[in-house]
Design a protein around this ligand. Structure first.
Ligand code: SF4
Length: 338
C-alpha cells in the first residue's frame, strides 16, 4: 500500500522489472526514534508483466506520490480513507466494481462462460483476497514459472522458516494453507496406495510411512496451532510437485535444491532429478507418459523447425524413460518395508 509512482522503473538493459518499496517496521533515526517515512527496501521485488501493467495503470491514476493515495482513489460509494492510503472499504468496493466490469465485458464480447459467477459467501473483501494469495503461494510451486519465482520469493520473505515466532496475518494463513496442501497430498497418496497404486523412487518407503498417517489429518487443519503441529513433524513433510511429475518427501539433509538456503522447506521450483527425496506414484508415471505424448505431437507438427523438434523429442524420450523406470521399480505399500 505504500508503493509510490516510479517504484517500478524500466530496466536499463533487457531484463526483469523490479519494484522498490519502503519498509517502515523497525526503522529508527540516529536518536532511536521511529522513522515514520520508512526507508527503501534493500532487496526489491521481482515483477511479472501483469504486475508491471497494473503499476503503469496506477501511475496514470495517481501520477505523483502514493499509488494508492486515498484522495485520488475516492469512489462515490466508498468512504475515503482518513489516512493517506485508500481504506479497506474502498478497496473492497474496487474489487467488486472490477468483478462487475469484467462480467459485463464478457457479456458484451459474447463470452458468457467468462462471466464471474456470484459468490455464495458474499463480497470478496480484502481478507479473503489475502487468503486466496496464501492458497496460491502454498499450492502453486512449480506451476507457471514466473509465478513460482514470485511465490517462492514471497514465501521466503514471509516465512523465514517454520520455526519463526510472533507472526500473524498472512504468515499464519500461509502456514494453514501449506499444512492443508500437505494434508491433501498425504490423503491423495494414502488413497492411491490403498487402491493398489505402485510407488517408486529413493524416498518411496518414507512416503508410504507418511501416507499411513494421513487419516489423522484429513480435513482437520483449522487453526494455526494444528498447522504448525503438522508442519513441525518432519516425517510428514511431503509436497506434491506436479511441475516435476514427482512428490518431494522432504529431508533437509538430503535435499539438493537448497544447499545454501536457510529456510526449512524445499525449493520445488529448483527440484533436482537426482535428489534422494523423490518419490513417484502411478499417477505421476501416467502424467509423464501423457506429457511425453503431447511433446511428440508438437515435434511432429509441420511448422516446427528441426532443432526445436529435436529438443522436444529428446525431452519426450527423457520423460518416457522416467515413466519406464517407475514401472520397473514400483513397489506396493503392502510389501514389507526395510
Ligand atoms: S531437490 Fe529434493 S528436496 Fe528439493 S524439491 Fe526436489 S525432491 Fe524436494
Amino acid at each position: 500500500m505504500g508503493l509510490e509512482s516510479g517504484c517500478c522503473p524500466e530496466p536499463s538493459s533487457p531484463g526483469r522489472h523490479l519494484i522498490y518499496g519502503r519498509v517502515f517496521k523497525g526503522i529508527h533515526d540516529q536518536d532511536g526514534n521511529h522513522y515514520s517515512a520508512g526507508q527503501v527496501r534493500e532487496v526489491p521485488w521481482g515483477a511479472i508483466p501483469p504486475v508491471v501493467t497494473a503499476i503503469r495503470v496506477l501511475e496514470r491514476i495517481a501520477p505523483d506520490g502514493l499509488l494508492f493515495d486515498g484522495a485520488v482513489h475516492a469512489i462515490p460509494r466508498g468512504r475515503i480513507s482518513t489516512g493517506r492510503v485508500v481504506g479497506f472499504e474502498a478497496m473492497r468496493n474496487r474489487i467488486e466494481d472490477f468483478i462487475a466490469w469484467a462480467s459485463s465485458l464478457a457479456v458484451d464480447l459474447d463470452r458468457p462462460h467468462e462471466v464471474i459467477p456470484d459468490d455464495p459467501f458474499g463480497a470478496l473483501g480484502v481478507a479473503r483476497f489475502r487468503r486466496s494469495l496464501a492458497w496460491h503461494i502454498a499450492r502453486r510451486p512449480g506451476g507457471l514459472v514466473a509465478l513460482a519465482i514470485q511465490y517462492g520469493h514471497m514465501r521466503t520473505a514471509m516465512s523465514a522458516g517454520y520455526a519463526a515466532r510472533g507472526r500473524g496475518g498472512i504468515h499464519e494463513l500461509l502456514d494453514i494453507e501449506t499444512a492443508r496442501a500437505t494434508a491433501d497430498t498425504l490423503t491423495t497418496l494414502h488413497d492411491d496406495l490403498a487402491t493398489g497404486s505402485g510407488i517408486s523412487g529413493p524416498a518411496a518407503r518414507r512416503a508410504i510411512h507418511a501416507a499411513a498417517q494421513a487419516p489423522t489429518f484429513a480435513g482437520s487443519i483449522r487453526t494455526h496451532r494444528q498447522a504448525r503441529d503438522l508442519l513441525g513433524n518432519p516425517a510428514l513433510a511431503v509436497y506434491d510437485n506436479p511441475h516435476s511429475f514427482l512428490m518431494c518427501v522432504y529431508n533437509r539433509d538430503r535435499a539438493l535444491c537448497q544447499r545454501l538456503d536457510i529456510t526449512d522447506a524445499p525449493s520445488l521450483d529448483r527440484c533436482q532429478p537426482s535428489c534422494a527425496n523423490i518419490a513417484r506414484t502411478d499417477r505421476h508415471a501416467d502424467e509423464l507418459a501423457h506429457h511425453a505424448q503431447t511433446l511428440e505431437q508438437q515435434a511432429a507438427a509441420e511448422a516446427v523447425p528441426g532443432p526445436l523438434a529435436d529438443r522436444l523429442t529428446r525431452r519426450a524420450d527423457h520423460l518416457r524413460g522416467l515413466a519406464d523406470r517407475h514401472n520397473n521399480d514400483r513397489i506396493h505399500s503392502q510389501e514389507p518395508t526395510a
